[in-house]
Ligand binder design. Structure first.
Ligand SMILES: Nc1ncnc2c1ncn2[C@@H]1O[C@H](COP(=O)(O)OP(=O)(O)OP(=O)(O)O)[C@@H](O)[C@H]1O
Length: 601
């Protein structure tokens, strides 16, 4: 089996969206350049000064030849020529620096905008697109903006100015020879223009493949132990290498077209040289023009190489930049949540808490995407402020989705979700989330120190609050054991911690936020007896002053709950206490008796 040809992802990617039109591309690129227009202008002026210096050189040479012919001294002209060369080079170097610096600033601005957008993406968008693809747009595609946003602008402008200036001077020298020159250039240039769109296409495909490399790596490195345990190193390597090969193939294709386009300028001038030599030679022989005019004209012809190649470079960079701009614009089109104001997004520490929040679901229907089956069908329940409510039911019943709707990660398809009697859609998003502490089922821990992880949701938490939470979640013994206490790094995704420790850290993080509503999606894995007891106590303790909703997988959690909501296939079947439900609800009685809920210790 040829695993190397396996696709790196089945997920659709934003690259599947149509590319930008030429107008949209220019508008998008213009938006990157606009904030740096003065720097680009300075770079342009420097380049123009350099080009003007170059333009004067053939004239000075003509004067030098004429003086030599008439026996005059040439020292003055030689000095003038030297000064011209040195000054021209210095100004060009300054211009190049200004442009490179500006190009880096354009890349920075694009990355800043993209990162800002990525972290505000709606969850539905984030679920749709592999993170590796998004990452490669921030890291790799933005670098392609470097050339197009500055150097290409300047190359196009200076190339055009120098080209027109040379053509004007050449027209003064001899119109016939100019006609011959332009004829050849237009012919070769027209042929080269045909390959330009191929560069954009190959670049876009190559960048897409680079994105697939990131997607593949992210997939394998994100499940590293599973890859090793499954003996899948070679298969996973082949997947990523297949994407790398695609990137290579399209990169080579782009290089081929760029080589064709890049040699066109040289070819045009060389052919024009031969034509001018033939026609000009005949005109010199017939006495229509002096030999110095032919020499000057030929020098201008070679001078043309630079502006023409600059124009070709500009168009080539534009093609590459257009491919990158399309991929970046695709991210900019993804829908985001409204920007959180930092002040709103954090819980208010030290101020009088407005008390536990109430939650109500009014005939909520929900499906993750049009075309998918409904996960919730007319879900209805009410949770008053404070106390613990447990959600139980078979796997896939829609319990965790309840939390996603309260957090407004997704919006109800029908009905209303109310927090404190107010529809969550009418809450400012950041304020809604600042009232909630949320512990995901897989209790993610971020790379960084233990302290950073604990205060992640409440950066202003005091040391006293931190100590208190550590004691309540029985993490204080872990802190004592760690070599650098709270400042010990926990590894990538908390890989240096045990599953139970990660879970307690996630709970401590949520509790430290002093939420008015705590959403706890209990891990399905078993904890040891000590851990489980510790967690139960913490939750019971928190439930005295906060509304706690738990997706429960353990009977020990459920038995202590003030109310239990039994869910099945997206519907609420029954609500009651453990004692009531054991008698009244067959599903609950069965769940309580079987392995779905572990027996109480
Ligand atoms: N992001 C998503 N996109 C599409 N479908 C989803 C998504 N998340 C969950 N689902 C589907 O929605 C249904 C309900 O999922 P949910 O996670 O709410 O169930 P649950 O009752 O919490 O299950 P468990 O007890 O196994 O955690 C499942 O069939 C699941 O496959």
């Amino acid at each position: 089996m040829n695993t190397a040809s396996a696709p790196t992802t089945d997920e659709p990617s934003p690259t599947d969206e149509p590319s930008l039109s030429a107008r949209e591309t220019i508008k998008a690129l213009g938006a990157y350049v606009r904030p740096h227009r003065w720097a680009v202008t300075l770079g342009l002026l420097c380049a123009l000064v350099g080009a003007a210096g170059g333009l004067l050189q053939p004239l000075a040479t003509k004067a030098l030849v004429d003086r030599l012919a008439s026996g005059e001294t040439i020292a003055g002209i030689l000095i003038a020529l030297t000064v011209l060369v040195v000054l021209g080079t210095a100004v060009e170097a300054l211009g190049a620096y200004v442009l490179e610096r500006t190009a880096e600033s354009v890349v920075l601005a694009a990355r800043r905008t993209l990162v800002g957008r990525l972290l505000r993406l709606r969850i539905s968008e984030w679920e749709r697109i592999p993170p590796g693809d998004l990452m490669s747009r921030v890291t790799s595609d933005t670098t392609l903006l470097r050339a197009v946003s500055t150097q290409a602008v300047v190359s196009a402008a200076t190339g055009a100015v120098a080209f027109v200036a040379a053509v004007v001077v050449m027209a003064f020298l001899d119109v016939v020879l100019l006609g011959v020159t332009l004829g050849v250039i237009v012919l070769v240039g027209g042929a080269a223009a045909l390959v330009m769109p191929q560069i954009a296409r190959a670049t876009e495909r190559s960048q897409k493949a680079v994105g697939e490399i990131s997607v593949g790596l992210e997939r394998s490195l994100g499940a590293f132990r599973t890859v090793k345990a499954s003996g899948a190193e070679e298969r996973e390597t082949a997947r990523v290498v297949a994407a790398a090969r695609r990137a290579w193939r399209h990169g080579v294709k782009s290089a081929k077209w760029e080589a064709v386009a890049g040699s066109a300028d040289e070819l045009a001038v060389q052919l024009a040289f031969l034509a001018v030599l033939a026609v000009g030679g005949a005109r010199v022989a017939s006495g229509e023009i002096p030999v110095s005019t032919l020499i000057a004209f030929l020098l201008y012809l070679f001078y043309l190489i630079e502006p023409v190649s600059k124009l070709v470079d500009a168009v080539t960079s534009y093609q590459e930049g257009a491919a990158a701009a399309s991929r970046i614009a695709a991210v900019e089109r993804l829908s985001t949540e409204s920007p959180a104001r930092q002040a709103d997004a954090l819980p208010r520490q030290g101020t009088a808490a407005p008390g536990p929040a109430s939650v109500r679901f009014e005939d909520v229907s929900f499906r993750y995407r049009p075309g998918l089956p409904y996960v919730h069908q007319r879900v209805r329940f009410e949770v008053p402020g404070a106390g613990m409510t447990a959600f139980v039911g078979p796997s896939g019943a829609g319990k965790s989705t309840i939390f996603a709707l309260i957090e407004r990660f997704h919006e109800a398809t029908g009905g209303r979700v109310l927090v404190d009697g107010k529809d969550v859609r009418h809450w400012p998003l950041s304020q809604l989330r600042s009232a909630i502490g949320y512990v995901e089922q897989d209790a993610p821990v971020l790379a960084g120190t233990l302290r950073e992880n604990l205060v992640f949701a409440a950066p202003n938490a005091t040391d006293d609050a931190l100590r208190d939470v550590l004691a309540r979640t029985k993490l204080d013994t872990l802190v004592e054991r760690l070599p650098h206490g709270l400042d010990t790094p926990v590894g990538h995704r908390g890989s240096k911690l045990s599953g139970g420790e990660r879970q307690r850290i996630a709970i401590a993080r949520a509790v430290l936020r002093k939420p008015r509503l705590l959403l706890l999606d209990e891990a399905t894995s078993q904890l040891d007896a000590v851990n489980e007891l510790a967690l139960r106590d913490v939750i019971a303790d928190v439930a005295r002053e906060t509304t706690v909703l738990v997706v429960a997988h353990r009977l020990s959690t459920v038995t202590g709950a003030d109310r239990i909501v039994v869910m099945d296939a997206g519907r609420v079947r029954a609500v009651g206490t453990h004692e009531e439900l054991v008698d009244q609800d067959r599903l609950y009685a069965r769940l309580a008796a079987t392995q779905l809920l572990a027996p109480a210790r």
